[in-house]
Structure formats: C-alpha cells, structure tokens
Design a protein around this ligand. Structure first.
Ligand code: SAM
Ligand code: MD0
Ligand code: SF4
Length: 373
C-alpha cells in the first residue's frame, strides 16, 4: 500500500498526471484520500496550473432552466422523485422559458442548460409527430444564438437526433455512480446500461456529452477510480461531481450530508486527468459561497445561474440563493475577481466547442480506421 502521507509520492503522481500519463488506481486512491491541508493544497495548486495552461484565467457561465419538475422516475436521492408529495411541481410555459433564456443570455452566460424531470408530457406527441423539447431548443437557439445543453434524462437515439437537428449542442445525463449495485440503489427501476449507452449514442451522433457522479452517496474510493476510467472511456467533454444533499420526503432524507472535501479532491483529480475539458462548479450546492473553493480545486464552469423573480428552482438546493440574486453572473463575477479569474468571451466558448468537435471527429476516424483493420 502506497503511503499517501509521503509528499514524494504525491509529487510524483501529480508530475505524472501533468505529463499526460494515466495515473494508476493506487495513485488515484492516494490523491483521493489526502487529509493533510498542505498536501491537499499541493493537489489544488497543480490543478489550477493545469487549468491555466489550457484555459488561462477564463471561466464560463451556464444558465439553468428547469422547465418541468414532474418526473416518472423514483431516484432515492432526488427531491423531484415521482412519489415525493413534498416536491414543488410545475411545467413552465414556452414563453417564460424563452423570456428567461434571453435574460440569461443578456447577463453574459455562455450556454443555456435546458433540464427537466423525465416528464411524459414532454414526450413525442404521436398524433402531431412533434417533439416539444425540440421546439423549445429551436426557439432558444434562434432567439439567443447561445449553445444549448439538454438534460431530459434517458431518451432514444431518434429523439437525440431531433434535438440535435433543432440546435442542441450538448447532452447531459449523469450516471451518478459507475458501481452497478449502488446505481440500482440510487436509481431503482432504471437500466445502468441504457443510461450509459445513451451518452455513447449522443456522442456518435455528434453531440457533446457531460458525465457526472454524486459524491458522498455511498460510493467507495474504488468506485471513484472506476468512474475516472469510465469517463475516459466515454471521452466525455464535460465531467462533474456534486456532493449529495439529503432531500425532504425522500428515502435518503436522514443521511448525514457529506462535506465537500471529497468533491473538491475529485474535481482536482478530474482536472489532472482531463486537462482540456470543462469541469463545473455548481451554484446548486452551497450557492455563491461554494464557488470559490470549487474554482480553487480546478473547476472552470460556473453552472446553475438562475435569474430571480420568475419562480425558477434548482435541483439540489431548489430555492437557495435564487431570489437574493446570488445565482446571477454579476454576483459570480465578484468571486472571479477575488480569484484573479475572468469570464471568457462567447467566442472563447464557441472556439473551445469547435476544437472539441474536431478532436472527437479525429478520434472517431481513428476508431473507424481501427475497425476496418
Ligand atoms: N431528470 C434528468 C436526469 O435525472 O438526468 C435531469 C435532472 S438533473 C440533471 C438531476 C441531477 O442532479 C442528477 O443527475 C444528480 O446528479 C443531481 N442531483 C439530484 N438530486 C441531488 C441531490 N440530492 N444531491 C446532489 N445532486 C443531486
Ligand atoms: C447544475 N443545477 O448545473 C444544475 C443541474 C443539470 N444538467 C445541471 C444539476 O448544477
Ligand atoms: Fe427524476 Fe432526474 Fe430526479 Fe431522477 S434525478 S427523480 S430522473 S428528476
């Protein structure tokens, strides 16, 4: 067993990661179990310098529009699970969605994240063969010109294509864990393989994908090692982790909330493992107060920007730091100033997306060439 308190081994592992070499499961476990403040800071400092090597001081903002909180699933960690009578339920009108998207765009955001529970009301309309989410994507794209991420849950390839044809750029669908047993505890009645292959399919179609896991929801360090390799297998364009927060009226309500220590270590580890990718710092966890430590750990996208006064909710801290305008780009800008960081331009973000698509195109050509061999 490697002695994780041995600074030499930590420096070796960090140096190895920075030179682009893959870390061994032991090294990942060692970095994930750092307790000593000085050693944690060594990891965070290297994550920040890797970030600046690829992104300079540029940070991106994602607006969040959770347009339907109805859901047919019963995830044990989620406030909006179908059998939770305490969940605030709504379906927002297309007009309010569009109005809010324009507000978010005018506030300097780089992308709109359109999220919903797996609400059957937004499924394919058989009689008209129309797909309501695609219509919303098309309108937002036309009105704001911003890149659009869709988080509709698990949907089949033909719907993914309809969303892409309507202008969607990203598909976000988090596995929560890559431990199948834990997955079925967190997402009872759902298929692990279906959820994972939806992301491979989205990539095959040409969408950018975001993978995500929960931290503090019962996973082991071994599970986190497996998550790193699964994220590498997916070649995910954006990777995230969110600290599990207990929700009223859910089976996991009484679990003791975890600190964000593990989330921060995992963010730094993802930065070392995926140096040129996007890694979120979500306002949906500890609000504005939680952003600095996540940027300090190597994140480079501030997500869950929500304008006040429109009755919108978040997913995790559904009504936290919204009506006081703390989830606005203006407030986040102050944190960037403190951290010596700055908001990237729209062009910077589009340029990153273009480069990513080119890289993906090349790797797909490589795969095809191998397949013919
Ligand atoms: N319904 C869609 C789905 O499940 O894919 C989109 C909803 S949104 C992406 C839900 C995400 O928020 C989950 O995948 C999970 O990662 C995160 N989340 C939900 N409840 C949470 C909680 N109590 N603590 C931390 N993260 C949570
Ligand atoms: C966030 N509240 O970015 C949002 C949400 C879903 N694609 C994102 C979890 O934290
Ligand atoms: Fe529904 Fe998504 Fe919540 Fe699961 S995480 S209950 S699919 S909204």
């Amino acid at each position: 067993m490697l002695n994780d308190a041995d600074p030499g081994r930590i420096e070796d592992a960090i140096r190895k990661a920075r030179s682009g070499q893959r870390l061994s499961p032991e090294e990942i476990r060692m970095l994930l179990s750092l307790k000593d403040e000085g050693q944690r800071e060594m990891l965070f400092q290297s994550a920040r310098s890797v970030r600046s090597a690829y992104f300079g001081t540029k940070i991106f903002f994602y607006g969040f529009i959770y347009f339907s909180t109805y859901c047919k699933n019963d995830c044990t960690f989620c406030l909006f699970r179908t059998s939770n009578p305490l969940a605030p339920r709504y379906r927002k009108s297309a007009n309010l969605i569009l109005e809010t998207a324009k507000l978010i765009a005018d506030s300097g955001a780089h992308l709109i994240d359109l999220t919903m529970g797996e609400d059957p009301a937004y499924g394919m309309q058989t009689e008209t063969q129309s797909y309501p989410i695609a219509e919303i994507v098309r309108q937002i794209k036309t009105e704001t010109g911003l890149p659009v991420m869709v988080s509709p849950g698990v949907i089949p390839g033909d719907r993914l294509r309809l969303l892409m044809d309507a202008g969607a750029d990203w598909y976000a669908c988090y596995q929560e864990t890559h431990n199948r047993k834990l997955f079925h505890k967190l997402r009872p009645g759902q298929s692990y393989d279906e959820r994972l292959s939806a992301k491979f399919e989205a990539h095959r179609l040409g969408l950018l994908i975001e993978e995500g896991i929960l931290s503090g929801a019962g996973e082991t360090e071994e599970d986190l090692v497996h998550s790193i390799s699964t994220m590498q297998l997916l070649d995910a364009d954006q990777v995230r982790t969110m600290t599990f927060m207990p929700q009223r009226g859910t089976p996991m309500e009484t679990l003791r909330p975890d600190t964000s220590d593990r989330e921060l270590l995992f963010i730094a580890l993802m930065r070392l493992t995926f140096p040129d990718r996007l890694i979120p710092a979500s306002l949906d966890l500890r609000g504005l107060d939680g952003i600095e430590e996540r940027l300090h750990a190597g994140a480079n996208v501030v997500t869950s920007v929500i304008p006040p006064g429109k009755g919108w909710v978040g997913v995790v801290r559904n009504d936290f730091d919204i009506e006081n305008s703390n989830r606005t780009t203006q407030r986040v800008q102050r944190i960037l100033d403190i951290c010596g960081l700055q908001a990237g331009s729209r062009q910077d973000y589009l340029h990153w997306m273009e480069n990513r698509r080119i890289a993906l195109g090349k790797s797909r050509q490589g795969e095809r060439r191998c397949a013919t061999l």
